[in-house]
Design a binder for this molecule. Structure first.
Ligand SMILES: Nc1ncnc2c1ncn2[C@@H]1O[C@H](COP(=O)(O)OP(=O)(O)OP(=O)(O)O)[C@@H](O)[C@H]1O
Ligand SMILES: [Mg+2]
Length: 256
């Protein structure tokens, strides 16, 4: 296995003449938590949409484990182990937490009619679902109706359903968005925990999350990579500091 799990080569996306992603060469190393950061409108979500095939690149290539996946369909990407969290985490609010995880697992296994007849299979599914809940600290919430879960725990449930898809590379777009301090802490710790044996690429605005758990950071600005390195490296890069001028400059420094 190569140390690089995901690579983009000159990845570019134009919308009617506007270049949202511009010649991006990204290398994500196996085992890393890699953050994609940058000011609003920098092209982070568009990048994710290209990686998961929600959007077709104008030009450039995407390689996963050395294989060109540029022309693959979203479902093919997912089957190969590139899983974006919200993609499969459309949870059913009025089902229990356990039921939601089980549905995710059922979807992954496919649904042949005979499959459902086997009680043994259903028990295996339950066991696996409980295992996943344990992994994200939701054991005690297994029978809670999802709508009653605290916000941070809902994100944990999404992560559990994502793990059920057996991701080799997990893509998380702003996993701590809209959360209070405690939930941010909970979800950050959880991401760190589930990163063991996996690779995570995440878009994240919260610099204390980025500095706390990310091995490598790529900074996007106006669609292009402005800087790359560890948090210590990019946070003292003058160009990055300039790109973050204004409110976010305080954020960058506040994370120290
Ligand atoms: N479908 C589209 N058509 C036209 N322009 C688009 C489209 N999607 C995104 N853009 C533009 O591309 C640029 C990058 O958007 P993108 O959503 O990728 O930024 P982002 O880095 O995720 O920003 P944020 O931090 O606000 O989430 C923006 O200027 C946006 O307006
Ligand atoms: Mg975005």
């Amino acid at each position: 296995m190569t140390p690089v799990i995901l690579e983009t080569k000159n990845l570019t996306k134009e919308f009617k003449g506007f270049t949202a992603v511009n010649d991006v060469n990204l290398k994500v190393q196996r085992g890393h938590i890699h953050a994609l950061i940058g000011p609003n409108g920098a092209g982070k979500t568009t990048c994710f949409n290209l990686l998961t095939k929600f959007l077709i690149p104008t030009s450039g290539q995407i390689l996963f484990n050395g294989k060109d996946i540029t022309a693959d369909k979203p479902a093919q990407i997912a089957r190969q182990g590139v899983i974006r969290s919200f993609q499969i985490s459309a949870v059913f609010p009025h089902l229990t937490v356990l039921q939601n995880v089980r549905i995710g697992l059922q979807r992954k296994l496919g649904t042949s009619f005979h499959f459902w007849k086997s009680e043994q299979t259903l028990n295996q599914l339950n066991d696996r679902a409980m295992q996943l809940l344990a992994e994200v600290g939701l054991t005690e919430f297994a029978d809670t109706v999802t709508v009653d879960l605290p916000y941070g725990r809902k994100r944990a449930l999404e992560i559990a359903t994502t793990l059920g898809m057996e991701p080799e590379l997990m893509l998380l777009d702003e996993p701590t968005q809209g959360m209070g301090h405690e939930d941010v802490h909970l979800v950050t710790e959880l991401i760190k925990k589930v990163s063991a044996g996996r690779t995570i690429l995440m878009v994240e605005h919260n610099m204390s999350v980025v500095s706390g758990i990310c091995d490598k950071i790529s900074v996007l600005q106006r669609g292009a990579i402005l800087a790359e390195g560890t948090y210590a490296e990019v946070s003292k890069n003058p160009q990055v500091m300039e790109a973050y001028m204004g409110t976010s400059a305080a954020e960058l420094q506040g994370a120290h």
